[in-house]
Design a protein around this ligand. Structure first.
Ligand code: CA
Length: 380
């Protein structure tokens, strides 16, 4: 009698012990990326982070990378991470409207992963469009999901229009994009010197019509704009520390990208953009800010000027004539109007962000002992 009672209590104790020792359930996240340079480290963060569960990766050909390259590059980078098998898809090749695009040399750098070699995989993209993939992934979940967007908002605007009932499944949309008090980043010496737009940020600028729809949607948006990212500048000293601490394939890949972009770091214009937004998904306290209504400027004009990308089709992917917009104001995010308020991030903890990137990219993959790169500080 006593021993069976003892066994019963022991079993109950074991169950309670197991329950309390399980990690808190991971935050489910869908990553929407244009596969520009810092999207690569942000992808490795969401794929490796122990408190995040990456459900899938949505991309498009509107931002820095083109669809064909993005599909190969996403598969390759995932293979360097600890969750290599999540689905990925592409979407539109052009913005919902307007004729604006990233400079061609940046797009080439995005397509070629800055020349850093990566493993080839035989994984193929989902046959779904990105908007359909987002919908499918949300439909499979009983819990709410965080959307992380680090490119143009084209996929999100299409998804919202097609599946408005999905909004209830989304707890937060963390967005790298926009800016308020900070100067814009459209004017880049050597690429866009004469550009008239001094306030917009690139992700919003390339598809401001999509961004305006997203700000009007009522989603719980957290805006990681230039005001916040300017606080987290990558310095040569940080790049040196990163190199010294890089141990895993994911970290060594990122170290090689930093090596290839040392001129960019030396120019003191390289910040944590997308990677800061990725870290905020897991650590919301890295975004301290206030709630405000936001709208996006997009003023149609009759004809385009030298900033018009004349290779774009004159008809949009929804079959409407593509319009020209005023390049001087297109994509500027402004506080005001009557959209539902969103959270504008104003303060972060730069040192925590710097440490977290090193920590998360260096989490060992316990499933494999195979390495793609030679460890740092060896002959290769
Ligand atoms: Ca990006």
């Amino acid at each position: 009698m006593f021993s069976s009672l003892f066994r019963f209590y022991k079993a109950v104790f074991a169950l309670v012990f197991v329950f309390f020792c399980l990690p808190a359930s991971a935050v489910k996240v869908i990553y929407d990326t244009d596969m520009g340079i810092d999207d690569w480290s942000a992808l490795l963060v969401v794929a490796n982070h122990p408190e995040l569960e990456l459900l899938g990766v949505a991309s498009n050909g509107v931002g820095e990378g083109h669809c064909d390259a993005n599909m190969k590059n996403i598969a390759s980078l995932l293979s360097l991470s600890n969750t290599p098998n999540v689905p990925f898809a592409c979407g539109n090749h052009y913005p919902l409207d307007g004729y604006f695009a990233f400079p061609a040399p940046w797009r080439k750098q995005a397509d070629t992963l800055s020349g850093v070699p990566v493993p080839k995989t035989n994984r193929t993209p989902s046959p779904l469009t990105s908007a359909e993939l987002i919908h499918t992934l949300l439909s499979e979940q009983s819990e709410s999901v965080v959307l992380l967007t680090v490119g143009s908002l084209t996929n999100i605007a299409i998804w919202l229009e097609k599946y408005p009932e999905d909004k209830a499944k989304v707890s937060r949309l963390v967005m790298m994009g926009g800016g308020f008090d900070a100067p814009g980043n459209i004017i880049v010496p050597g690429f866009t010197d004469e550009h008239p737009n001094k306030k917009a940020e690139w992700n919003i600028y390339v598809d401001a019509v999509a961004a305006d729809k997203v700000f009007a949607s009522g989603l719980a948006i957290e805006v990681v704009g230039l005001d916040l990212t300017n606080q987290v500048k990558v310095t040569p000293a940080y790049a040196k520390r990163f190199k010294a601490e890089a141990k895993t394939d994911a970290a060594i890949f990122w170290d090689k990208v930093l090596d290839d972009n040392d001129w960019f770091i030396d120019s003191e214009e390289y910040y944590f953009w997308d990677v800061l937004a990725a870290l905020i998904v897991a650590e919301p306290e890295l975004c301290q800010g206030e709630m405000q209504s936001v709208f996006v400027e997009n003023t149609p004009i009759e004809t385009g000027d030298k900033w018009t990308d004349t290779t774009m089709p004159k008809v949009t992917e929804s079959g409407q004539p593509r319009r020209h917009y005023d390049p001087a104001t297109f994509g500027i995010t402004r506080i005001g109007g009557d959209n539902p308020p969103v959270k504008i991030c104003r303060e972060t903890q730069p040192q925590r962000a710097f440490d977290a990137l090193i920590e998360i990219l260096n989490i060992e993959n316990t499933q494999t002992t195979k390495r793609y790169y030679s460890p740092n500080n060896m002959s290769k």
